[in-house]
Design a protein around this ligand. Structure first.
Ligand code: SAJ
Length: 452
């Protein structure tokens, strides 16, 4: 019996021992689904704090409760460790490590290459290895297959190699790891078959494609699509403001079209660990084929320029009251990169904080979820404690993240200028509220008087 048949049988009998490398917001939920489907799972992460926390039944991932984690530990089917030697006992590995950008905005695949170096000494023939980290087309072949060939393994014969992009959307109650369709691209048909055989035990819908490259490219298309459309609607917002049209009303009207349109909304820029980064992986790789994606680069420049657009809008709003950003007291409302979460990664609020400071403002922020951050001078900045009296001391408030927990009625009635980058104050049509994508009313009146 060949390795393919052996591994397939161990999977069918649920005797296969699976490893998940990287126990973050992707790896830990995946490991829990594997345990729930009856497999014995080893969670590998070099961060000892994470391993100790997991062993004590304490989850550090919002989507995994302590109870769910403890239930997995109680089954004796989940074993967290930071020791790669365990790979010798395993039949399959899923790699879920970060793929950030380097200082000069190039892909940083060092986490992937470090995993491959760590597992190579303990690999054995007949294993399935699946990479899940978002990355550029060609990564699985160039960084993993090449290394396996070096130790004499042939894909589809004595090693099975797939790419299956993660689609975890933290906090999304409707689409979780088990019911999110999962694209799977194997190096060979055998690789695809055994990858699909394993994953279909804990993922409801596995979508096989012809190669890892197709799977890698599909994930980047998903997120580059978002980045470009967000940039486009940001440009429409700036255009509408110039033309004295309310972009939010325009978008709501366009969104009544039941087909052929998808609603995106302007904002102060894009944050998170996916949308700002993933398109750069694609444009970087394409350049190696002498293909320069103007769409991706243009979208990146528009989105990355949105904090400057908001600063300019703030300057206009203060100017109406004879003030400038310099020496003004500015309060940023919401620092997390999207509503009702605490995640600050790449958040536009962080860039705005630094820009207002550079323009001489005295800046604070209030965010009920994100309690503090480290600014670019390595100072810890804490969210202010909130009170209506406290708000009156500010010259301007800037709504950056529309958390549902904000009291918009109270904020609107403080009476100081508000720059609203999310249409959070859509029900308030007062002149002191200056919405991104609409001309400032008081400003427009002055403009008309000049015309007379
Ligand atoms: N944003 C806008 N306007 C929009 C949509 C988003 O300015 O119309 C901004 C957000 O404020 C945020 C950034 O873009 O700062 C990213 O927002 P996002 O809604 O794309 O949220 P993410 O970063 O959590 O993206 C993830 C992605 N999921 C995966 O990669 C597995 C993305 O593919 C999902 O579409 C997205 O979640 C989602 O829909 O929630």
């Amino acid at each position: 019996m060949g390795y393919f048949e052996q591994l397939s049988q161990r999977i069918e009998m649920k005797e296969a021992h699976i490893g998940v490398i990287g126990l973050g917001y992707v790896g830990l939920p995946l490991a829990m689904e594997m345990v729930k489907s009856g497999f014995s799972v080893c969670g590998i992460d070099l961060n000892e704090e994470k391993i100790n926390s997991l062993r004590k039944g304490r989850s550090y991932i919002n989507d995994i409760s302590n109870q769910e984690l403890q239930e997995s530990l109680n089954t004796d089917h989940f074993y967290p460790t930071n020791n790669y030697e365990i790979v010798k006992e395993l039949d399959a590995l899923s790699i879920c490590v970060p793929t950030p950008l380097s200082e000069n905005q190039d892909p940083d695949t060092s986490f992937i290459t470090r995993v491959i170096e760590n597992i190579k000494p303990f690999m054995k023939k007949g294993m399935l290895v699946t990479l899940e980290s978002t990355t550029y087309p060609g990564t699985t072949e160039e960084l993993i297959l090449k290394e396996f060939k070096r130790i004499g393994y042939e894909a589809g014969k004595d090693i099975f190699l797939c790419y299956s992009p993660e689609r975890v959307d933290p906090g999304n109650e409707s689409f979780r790891t088990n019911n999110m369709p999962k694209v799977m691209g194997g190096m060979t048909e055998n690789c695809n078959a055994v990858g699909e055989l394993l994953y279909s035990n804990y993922i409801e819908h596995v979508v096989p494609v012809s190669s890892p490259k197709v799977a890698e490219m599909s994930k980047l298309l998903e997120n580059t699509f978002r980045s470009i459309n967000i940039a486009f609607v940001n440009e429409i917002a700036m255009m509408s403001e110039r033309m004295d049209i309310d972009v939010w009303e325009v978008i709501d009207a366009a969104a009544t079209k039941p087909f052929g349109f998808m609603k995106f909304q302007p904002g102060p820029g894009i944050g998170g660990h996916c949308i700002p980064l993933d398109p750069m992986y694609l444009s970087w790789k394409a350049k190696g084929f002498r293909f320069y994606s103007r769409f991706i680069d243009l979208a990146q420049s528009i989105n990355n320029n949105m904090p400057d657009v908001v600063v300019s809008k703030t300057s206009q709003a203060l100017n109406i009251y004879g003030k400038s950003i310099n020496t003004s007291k500015i309060l940023i409302l919401g620092m997390a990169y999207k509503p009702n979460i605490s995640d600050l990664r790449e958040s536009p609020g962080l860039y705005l904080y630094e820009l207002y400071k550079e323009h001489g403002a005295n800046v604070n922020y209030y965010d009920p979820h994100a309690h503090s951050f480290i600014d670019k001078d390595d100072n810890i900045v804490h969210s202010i404690s909130y009170s209506k009296e406290e708000l009156k001391q500010y010259d301007c408030m800037v709504l950056v993240t529309n958390h549902s927990g904000f009291d918009y009625d109270e904020l609107a009635n403080v009476g100081i200028p508000i720059v609203d980058t999310r249409n959070a104050f859509k029900n308030y049509d007062q002149p002191h509220i200056h919405k991104l994508g609409t001309a400032s009313k008081v400003h427009k009146k002055q403009h008309t008087s000049v015309a007379l």
